[in-house]
Ligand binder design. Structure first.
Ligand SMILES: [Zn+2]
Ligand SMILES: [Zn+2]
Length: 306
């Protein structure tokens, strides 16, 4: 009798121990989720998700880019048929890239001025190699995109609020730099000047960037090489990738538990608020995320663009 009751106690203890052990108790590091880049949704002009303020779309919307306007003389690549899936999504892994490894004489600096401003200066050239621009005849990318523009130096000067605040109303996004990456180059919104999804249609290099008629190297897509070059993600929330021109940060595609965020997880400006690392401290703050789906970088400015 005595030995049976001891056995029963042992059994109860063992069951109790095993039921307390949960797989997500904290110490176990879950390997980062990998994105499926083979089925990405296309962004497109309203009534889908490129909303144009001066063409009758007075407000931003969830999953959308709220453009201020669209130029009448738009140009660029517009044939994505060879990497479009039968279900209407597009396959990043089947889309050609602009090849090459051109290196640049990069200058870039970020400093706080002690008066509440973050001063960003540089020459707009990246601290990583780029593809060869203009896109070279005879390359796979040139079949789809004859982008004739070079990459040239530009004066970068931003004075952004060190602690940006949410504005009383959001602002639409114009063409040109919407933000500045920690690599020293511009972050653009997700649309081409034709009003199409730039990442899905235009030929980018392996860092998700290319150049345009202003000869400015800039990013659309959060390519793995760009993410890894800025900061190798191990687990948890992504690190900072740059600053949008309202002063709020833009982080990589991983959320607080390391999960891959999509635009559906974010608000109409493509951001959200929770505890993040900001100038070395953990604070609760609004921030944008750079995701693999349209509008990729920003939907509207939550703060006040400079
Ligand atoms: Zn572009
Ligand atoms: Zn976040």
């Amino acid at each position: 009798m005595l030995s049976i009751s001891h056995f029963q106690i042992l059994l109860i203890v063992l069951i109790t121990i095993s039921s307390c052990k949960k797989p997500d108790d904290g110490d176990d590091i879950v390997p980062p989720e990998t994105p499926d880049l083979t089925h990405l949704p296309f962004g497109g002009v309203a009534p889908t998700n490129i909303l144009i303020r001066n063409q009758g779309n007075p407000d931003p919307d969830f999953l959308s880019l709220w453009l201020c306007g669209l130029p009448s003389n738009g140009a660029g690549a517009n044939n994505a048929g060879d990497w479009t899936n039968p279900d209407g999504t597009w396959d990043y892994t089947q889309k050609p890239q602009v090849e090459g490894n051109v290196t640049w004489n990069h200058e870039f600096n970020i400093a706080l001025d002690g008066n509440g401003n973050r001063i960003i200066t540089g020459n707009a050239l990246p601290n990583h190699p780029t593809g060869v621009f203009p896109i070279q005849q005879g390359t796979a990318a040139h079949q789809y995109d004859g982008n004739p523009n070079v990459i040239s130096e530009h004066v970068v000067y931003y004075s952004l609020p060190e602690m940006p605040e949410i504005a009383s109303s959001p602002s639409c996004v114009g063409f040109g730099p919407a933000g500045i990456s920690l690599t020293g180059c511009a972050i653009y919104h997700g649309a081409s000047t034709l009003g199409t999804d730039a990442s899905a249609h235009e030929m980018l290099d392996r860092f998700g960037g290319h150049t345009d008629g202003t000869e400015r190297y800039h990013y659309h897509f959060p390519a793995q090489d760009l993410q890894d070059h800025i900061h190798l993600h191990e687990h948890g929330h992504s690190e900072l990738m740059g600053y949008m021109i309202d002063g709020f940060g833009i982080y990589g595609p991983h959320g607080e538990n390391g999960e891959i965020l999509t635009s559906a997880d974010l608000d109409e400006c493509h951001g959200h608020t929770h505890m993040i690392r900001w100038d070395g401290e953990m604070i609760e703050m609004y921030h944008y995320h750079w995701t693999y789906d349209f509008p990729y970088t920003i939907g509207c400015y939550r703060g006040t663009p400079q």
